[in-house]
Design a protein around this ligand. Structure first.
Ligand code: ATP
Ligand code: MG
Length: 402
C-alpha cells in the first residue's frame, strides 16, 4: 500500500535521563516541536521512550528542517511502520536495506530492540533472520557489525518500526526548561554562537543590541535583527531589544581616560543589560566572550565589566578558540551574516592602545566619575522590540542606582 504520510521516529535526548523531570521536559519538547511544525499539517504522537511525527508527504522538507533544529533530540529517522508479523517485519527490513544499498552503502548491520516481549523471536533472532534475508536479496551487501555503512534498526513496540539512516539530533535540552537568559548580541561571530549554546542547554533567549547610531549605520542593526532571526530558528524565537547607546558611548568617548573606553563601555553594557534582564525576568546575562581573544577579554577586564552586572554572567565560549567558534557559526548559519562588513560600535570607539589588565578599583572610580546613571536610564527608555512575558517567573525591577 502506498504511504499517505511520512513517518518520523524521534529519540528524545538526555532529558530522558532526568528522572522526575522527565514528564515536564517531554511536554516542553513536544510543545516546541508542535510550534515548529505549525501549518504543516503534521501530528505528533508519544509512546514510552519515543515520539513520532506523521507529516503530509509534500511537507517532508519542512518537517526535516524542524527536526534538525530542535534542541532536545538525540536522533531521528524517517521510518516505516509494519505489522508485527515475522513476514511483514522481514519484508520491511529488506526494503529499508535496499534504500541504504541504493544510496551507496556497501556494508550493514541489523539492530533490534524489543519492548514487546510477547513477540516470538528475541532481538538476537530478529537480527539474524533479517541479516540473512537482506544478504539473500542483495548478495553484494555485506554484514559488518563493527563499522557498517548502514544500520538497519528494527524496533518492536506497540507496532514494529523499521528505519535505516538515522540522523543525529542537536541533543541538549528543550528550549524553555532552564529559564530565561539575556544575551548581549552584537553583530559579530561570537555572540550568536553563545546564544545558540545556551539555547541548547534549555534557555529561552532574550537579546539586547546596543546601537550607536549614527556612529554605527542602520545596516549594523539590521544585521543583528537578521542574526536574532537565525538564532531564533533553534531557540524557539529570540526576543530582541535594540537600545540606543549613542549618548552613553559619546560620554565615555569624551570623558574617559585614554585607553579605558572599551572597559568602561563594557561596564555600562553590563549595567544596562542587567536592568533590561530584570524587567524581562531573565536570570542571567550571556556574552560571546572568549578568554584572551581580544584585548578587552582578559580576565582582569572581564572582571571589571562584570562588576556592574547584577546577575550571573555566563560566557559559554570562554574556553573555545576562534576556529571552533567559527565552526559552530557556519553550522548554524550565522557566519555569513556575521562577517558582513558593518562595524559595530565597539570597533568604532575602541582606543588605539586599550588597557589590557584593568584594575577593579581604578575602573570603579573612573566609571563612577562618568555619572552614566541618567544616560543609562534614558537608553533603557529607548528600547525597541517585542517583549513577551509568558512563563510565569517572578517579576523583577528595572532601575539604576545613580
Ligand atoms: P562578537 O563576535 O560577539 O561581537 P567580539 O569578539 O567582537 O564578539 P567584543 O566586541 O569584545 O568581542 O564583545 C564581547 C561581547 O560583548 C560580545 O560577544 C557581546 O556579547 C557583547 N557586545 C559587544 N558589543 C555589543 C553590542 N553593541 N551590543 C550588545 N552586545 C555587545
Ligand atoms: Mg564584536
Amino acid at each position: 500500500m502506498k504511504e499517505q504520510t511520512a513517518l518520523y521516529l524521534l529519540k528524545p535526548g538526555e532529558l530522558m535521563l532526568k528522572g522526575g523531570n522527565r514528564g515536564t521536559f517531554v511536554k516542553i519538547l513536544i510543545g516546541n516541536l508542535a510550534a515548529m511544525l505549525r501549518g504543516t499539517g503534521a501530528f505528533i504522537t508519544r509512546t514510552e521512550g519515543r515520539l513520532y511525527v506523521n507529516c503530509p508527504l509534500e511537507k517532508q522538507a519542512a518537517c526535516e528542517d524542524a527536526l534538525s533544529r530542535l534542541a532536545g533530540l538525540s536522533g531521528w529517522a524517517r521510518a516505516r511502520r509494519s505489522e508485527k508479523t515475522e513476514e511483514a517485519l522481514m519484508a520491511a527490513a529488506v526494503d529499508e536495506a535496499r534504500i541504504c544499498h541504493d544510496g551507496g552503502a556497501r556494508s550493514f548491520k541489523v539492530e533490534a530492540r524489543r519492548t514487546d516481549k510477547g513477540f516470538p523471536l528475541n532481538s538476537y533472532q530478529i537480527c539474524r533472520m533479517a541479516g540473512d534475508k537482506i544478504v539473500n536479496a542483495m548478495p553484494s551487501f555485506k554484514v559488518d557489525v563493527h563499522s557498517p555503512d548502514a544500520t538497519i534498526n528494527i524496533e518492536l513496540r506497540e507496532h514494529a518500526y523499521i528505519y535505516g539512516a538515522e540522523r543525529r539530533g542537536l541533543r541538549g535540552l528543550p528550549v524553555g526548561v532552564s529559564g530565561r537568559g539575556m544575551l548581549l548580541l552584537s553583530g559579530g561571530i561570537d555572540s550568536p554562537v553563545a546564544g545558540y549554546l545556551m539555547a541548547l542547554r534549555g534557555m529561552r533567549i532574550f537579546a539586547v543590541y546596543f546601537h550607536a547610531y549614527p556612529y554605527t549605520p542602520d545596516e549594523a542593526r539590521q544585521k543583528v535583527v537578521r542574526l536574532a532571526g537565525i538564532l531564533g530558528g533553534y531557540a524557539m524565537g529570540v526576543n530582541l531589544s535594540v537600545v540606543s547607546f549613542t549618548k552613553v558611548e559619546q560620554r565615555i568617548k569624551d570623558a574617559a581616560a585614554p585607553g579605558w573606553s572599551t572597559v568602561l563601555l563594557r561596564m555600562a553594557m553590563m549595567e544596562c543589560a542587567s536592568s533590561l534582564a530584570y524587567g524581562k525576568r531573565c536570570r542571567c546575562l550571556i556574552t560571546g566572550e572568549s578568554l584572551g581573544q581580544v584585548a578587552s577579554q582578559t580576565i582582569e577586564n572581564m572582571t571589571c565589566a562584570e562588576s556592574r552586572a547584577r546577575l550571573p554572567v555566563l560566557r559559554p565560549l570562554i574556553g573555545l578558540d576562534k576556529e571552533s567558534i567559527i565552526r559552530h557559526a557556519v553550522k548554524i548559519g550565522t557566519y555569513e551574516t556575521s562577517i558582513l562588513p558593518y562595524q559595530d560600535c565597539c570597533a568604532v570607539f575602541s582606543p588605539p592602545h586599550p588597557v589590557i589588565h584593568a584594575a577593579p578599583d581604578e575602573a570603579a572610580a573612573l566609571y563612577d566619575s562618568l555619572n552614566l546613571g541618567p544616560l543609562l536610564a534614558e537608553a533603557v527608555s529607548t528600547e525597541a522590540g517585542p517583549s513577551r512575558d509568558t512563563d510565569g517567573l517572578p517579576a523583577g525591577r528595572a532601575d539604576f542606582g545613580t
